[in-house]
Design a protein around this ligand. Structure first.
Ligand SMILES: *Cc1c(COP(=O)(O)O)cnc(C)c1O
Ligand code: SF4
Length: 385
C-alpha cells in the first residue's frame, strides 16, 4: 500500500470517531455522519490549530448542517444536465466526467453532497458509458475529470480513464479537478506525474481555501505537477469564518502563486442543503476582489463567479469599474478610486447611445447564444458631466 492509502485508512471516518476524538454527543455524531459522511485524513487534521478555526470549519461537521433550510440538494441542476450518470454536460464544448464518489476528505460545504461518498451514484461502472458519450459527441473538446476526487482512483485505474479519453480524436484538453494537493498532498507521487505527462495537454485545478493549507507538503505536490508540465489552477470557495476577509484572501492568492499555482476561480458559496451557514453576502466577494485588483500581481487575481442556481453556469461578477459615459467617453475608476476617462471609438458610440439600439444589440447576442429567457436590459441614466 502506498503512503497516501495508508493515511486514508487512518482517517477520522465515522460517527464514533467524532465522539471519541471530538467529544460529540453520540446521537448528533451519528446523525451528522449519516447525512454527509465525515472523513478527515491525519494530514489535514494536523493543520487544525484550534477548535472552530478555518481548517476545522471545513472538515468537522456542525449541528447547523441538520437545520431544515429548505435549500435544494442539487442547487446547480446538475442531474438535469446529466445525459449518462457519469457526465454533466452544461456547456457546448466541455463536460464534467465523474469518475468516483470518493474524496480524501469530505468538505462540509460540498455542493455535491447528494452524490459524493455514495458509490451507488458515481462509480467505475459508469466510466464506459461516459467514454462512449464523449466519443459520440465531437463538439466536446475539453473533459474535466471530477467526482468525488479523481485522484482517489489508483494510478492504474486513472490511466485507463485518461488514456481512454486521449484515444478520442476530438478531445483537445483533459483537466483534473482534485483537492489532493491541498488535503492529501502525499497523493502526488512521481509515479502519478510520470503517468499523467504521457497524455498532455493535462491541466489540474485544485482547491485551496486558506493560507494555512499552503504547507511544505502542498508546495512539493504542486511543484511536482508543474515540473511535469501540468499547469495548476486554484478554485477557492468564499466561506464565512474561513476566508471572508480581504487580507486572508490576498495572503492565500500570493502564497498560491509562490508554489506555482495560478488562482482561477473564486466561487460564491452555492445554496446547498446543509451548507447554508457558510454563505456570505455577494458584497463581501466584491469587496475582496476590489482589494485584490491593482493591489497585487494580476496573476494572483481569480475570477469571482456565481454558479447560477438551476444550471445557468458560472457567471462572473466584478466590482463597478465603469461609472458611466459622457458622450463618447467611458468614465472609469481605478483601484485607488481615481476617475479616468477613455474616449471610445466614435462610430460604435453613436449606435450605442440609442436605447433601442442597445436593446436590439442584446437581443441579437442572446439569439446568437441560443438562450431561452428574454433579457430586457435596464437602461441606466448616465449623468452628464
Ligand atoms: C465549472 C464547470 C465546467 C468548466 O467551466 P470552465 O469555466 O470552463 O472552467 C464545465 N462543466 C460544468 C458542469 C461545470 O460546472
Ligand atoms: S473534495 Fe470536492 S467533491 Fe469532495 S467533498 Fe470536498 S468539495 Fe466535495
Amino acid at each position: 500500500m502506498e503512503l497516501w492509502q495508508e493515511m486514508l485508512r487512518a482517517s477520522v471516518d465515522s460517527g464514533k470517531d467524532l465522539v471519541d476524538r471530538f467529544g460529540f454527543e453520540p446521537e448528533l455524531a451519528e446523525k451528522l455522519n449519516t447525512l454527509f459522511h465525515t472523513r478527515i485524513n491525519p494530514y489535514y487534521l494536523s493543520l487544525i490549530r484550534y477548535p472552530g478555526d478555518p481548517i476545522w470549519l471545513q472538515c468537522i461537521p456542525d449541528a447547523k448542517e441538520l437545520e431544515e433550510d429548505g435549500f435544494p440538494e442539487d442547487p446547480l441542476g446538475e442531474d438535469a444536465q446529466s445525459p449518462v450518470p457519469s457526465i454533466t454536460h452544461r456547456y457546448p464544448d466541455r463536460v464534467l466526467f465523474l469518475t468516483t464518489s470518493q474524496c480524501s476528505m469530505y468538505c462540509r460545504f460540498c455542493t455535491r453532497k447528494r452524490k459524493v461518498g455514495d458509490s451507488g451514484k458515481i462509480s467505475m461502472k459508469y466510466i464506459q458509458s461516459g467514454l462512449d458519450y464523449i466519443a459520440a459527441h465531437p463538439e466536446i473538446r475539453d473533459v474535466i475529470l471530477s467526482g468525488g476526487d479523481p485522484l482517489m482512483l489508483t494510478d492504474t485505474m486513472l490511466e485507463k480513464v485518461v488514456s481512454g479519453l486521449r484515444a478520442i480524436p476530438h478531445i483537445e484538453i483533459i483537466r483534473l479537478g482534485t483537492k489532493m494537493p491541498c488535503v492529501l498532498p502525499q497523493r502526488i507521487t512521481q509515479n502519478l506525474v510520470d503517468m499523467l505527462k504521457k497524455y498532455h495537454p493535462i491541466y489540474v485545478n485544485t482547491h485551496f481555501n486558506h493560507p494555512w493549507e499552503i504547507t511544505a507538503e502542498a508546495k512539493r505536490a504542486c511543484e511536482m505537477l508543474a515540473n511535469a508540465g501540468i499547469p495548476v489552477g486554484n478554485q477557492a470557495v468564499l466561506m464565512k469564518g474561513v476566508n471572508d476577509d480581504p487580507d486572508v484572501m490576498l495572503e492565500l492568492m500570493r502564497k498560491l502563486l509562490a508554489i506555482r499555482v495560478r488562482p482561477y476561480y473564486l466561487y460564491q458559496a452555492d445554496i446547498t442543503k446543509g451548507a447554508n451557514h457558510f454563505r456570505t453576502p455577494v458584497s463581501v466577494g466584491l469587496e475582496i476582489m476590489d482589494k485584490l485588483r491593482g493591489h497585487t500581481s494580476g496573476l494572483a487575481i481569480p475570477a469571482f463567479v456565481i454558479d447560477a442556481p438551476g444550471g445557468g453556469g458560472k457567471i462572473p461578477i466584478l466590482p463597478q469599474y465603469v461609472l458611466g459615459r459622457n458622450g463618447n467617453k467611458i468614465i472609469m475608476r481605478n483601484y485607488k478610486y481615481e476617475i479616468y476617462e477613455y474616449p471610445d471609438v466614435e462610430e460604435e458610440e453613436k449606435k450605442e447611445k440609442d436605447p433601442q439600439q442597445i436593446e436590439k444589440k442584446y437581443l441579437r447576442k442572446r439569439k446568437s447564444v441560443q438562450r431561452k429567457k428574454t433579457y430586457k436590459p435596464e437602461l441606466v441614466e448616465v449623468p452628464a458631466k
